[in-house]
Write a protein that binds this ligand. Structure first.
Ligand code: XIL
Length: 390
């Protein structure tokens, strides 16, 4: 059996380590790379913070350098796509859990937790579902039953193996959307077809299927980035009312997709995360990346010299805010390296958003985060004279 084989390998590693004093401790077993002491995950562990990445299952296990980086640097993983509805149910009544199962297994082998992403979202829905709704062959009543079944099936399939579930994703209105009176996006697929009450139901259904998972609402621009803070305020009020009604929602995920062209209010970001925390919620930064204009999608060299400083600065500000908010459990980047990021394909002319460059080399932002984590882990010891402050 796999687990037994793993512990045998791990035992072998311990023996070898005892004989080779310079070897790095804490090898993951089964050929997994060791966890370096100065890795993001090891430094985060010193303050109880999980540092994560979204994982592309087309690369994990097939691209060795990519796979080693995921294992060595991160202590929580989010499937970038393979838990989305179109991936797990390509045709009606058919489920495909395989790639997601592989990620969950990988995480288990490497001492990582898993963020489940996502159970109810308007994007990446299977076409059998969207076409059925638009041609009228799926009624509103049936749609509700289908969603209930989907949430139940998926949360039950991974029961006990998901740390945080992004139960509902991106249902609130941006400044360019038409809001409902509660600030939800009135044209969101789910809000439009099933009404606002579906959000509470989604959380209830997820809780029934996996009572121990932390159930999160996940969105972008809901901390710090919205000039008027309208979106934050709407989420805050709505979630406060869900809690008052006893709806099982445990936390808020702020995605953290920033763009250097818009500026960023780090103080507000931290205050907003803290405000959610003060409601009794956990918080997480779930999809951090900081994009900027680049020369081309292949090389991704920032076109502005200042962007080379803005990118690590804003990333670091997000991490520090999370570190300073006690309820912030995890800080996740939306991908490992610039060569495998959603940014160039989504935001024309932009890139350079992640911690590693197009060749999987750590960027200045990696070092900035490493410094932040080291500083938070505790003061250094200096041998100079006493400062007189103690
Ligand atoms: C993105 C993925 O990174 C892409 O590979 C995919 O083609 C589209 O979705 N907000 C979310 C994520 O919650 O699921 C999105 O991920 C990025 C925006």
């Amino acid at each position: 059996m796999k687990l037994r084989r793993l512990s045998a390998v791990a035992a072998g590693v311990v023996t070898v380590l005892a004989l080779v004093p310079s070897a790095v401790a804490a090898a993951g077993g089964n050929g997994a790379p060791a966890v370096p002491k100065d890795s993001l995950r090891a430094l985060g562990a010193k303050q109880g913070l999980r540092v994560g990445t979204a994982v592309d299952m087309a690369k994990l296990g097939t691209d060795a350098a990519y796979t080693d980086t995921v294992a060595a640097q991160f202590s929580v993983v989010t499937p970038e796509n393979v838990m989305k509805w179109d991936a797990v149910s390509p045709s009606r009544g058919v489920n495909n859990w395989k790639p997601a199962d592989q990620l969950v297994q990988f995480a288990g082998q490497h001492g990582q937790l898993v963020r489940g992403h996502t159970l109810m979202w308007h994007n990446q829905l299977p076409s059998w579902l969207t076409s059925g709704v638009s041609d009228g062959s799926i009624s509103t009543t049936e749609l509700r039953d289908i969603l209930h079944q989907h949430i139940t099936d998926e949360a039950a399939h991974f029961k006990g193996r998901i740390w945080q579930w992004d139960v509902v994703n991106e249902v609130f209105a941006n400044s360019w959307d038409t809001p409902t009176s509660d600030g939800l996006n009135s044209t969101d697929f789910w809000v439009q077809h099933l009404g606002e009450g579906i959000i509470a139901d989604a959380f209830r259904w997820a809780h029934q299927a996996d009572p121990k998972a932390l159930l999160m609402y996940n969105d972008y621009n809901i901390a710090g980035q919205d000039g008027t803070n309208t979106k934050f305020q709407a989420v805050y009020n709505f979630v406060k009312s869900l809690r008052a009604q006893g709806v099982p929602i445990d936390g808020i995920g702020e995605q953290g997709h920033l763009d250097t062209q818009y500026g960023f209010d780090a103080q507000r970001f931290q205050d907003d995360l803290q405000a959610y925390g003060d409601l009794g919620l956990k918080v997480a930064v779930t999809e951090a990346d900081v994009r900027t204009f680049v020369n081309n999608a292949t090389d991704q060299v920032p076109t502005s010299q200042l962007a080379q400083f803005a990118q690590p600065f804003e990333f670091s500000e997000m991490l520090k805010a999370c570190e300073l908010v006690r309820q912030c459990l995890s800080f996740t980047a939306w991908g490992v390296y610039d060569g495998d990021s959603w940014i160039p394909g989504t935001f024309s002319g932009e890139g350079y958003g992640l911690l590693y460059d197009v060749n999987l080399k750590p960027k200045p932002v990696y070092f900035a985060l490493q410094q932040d984590l080291s500083l938070a882990a505790g003061p250094g010891h200096r041998n100079g004279p006493d400062s007189g402050d103690e």
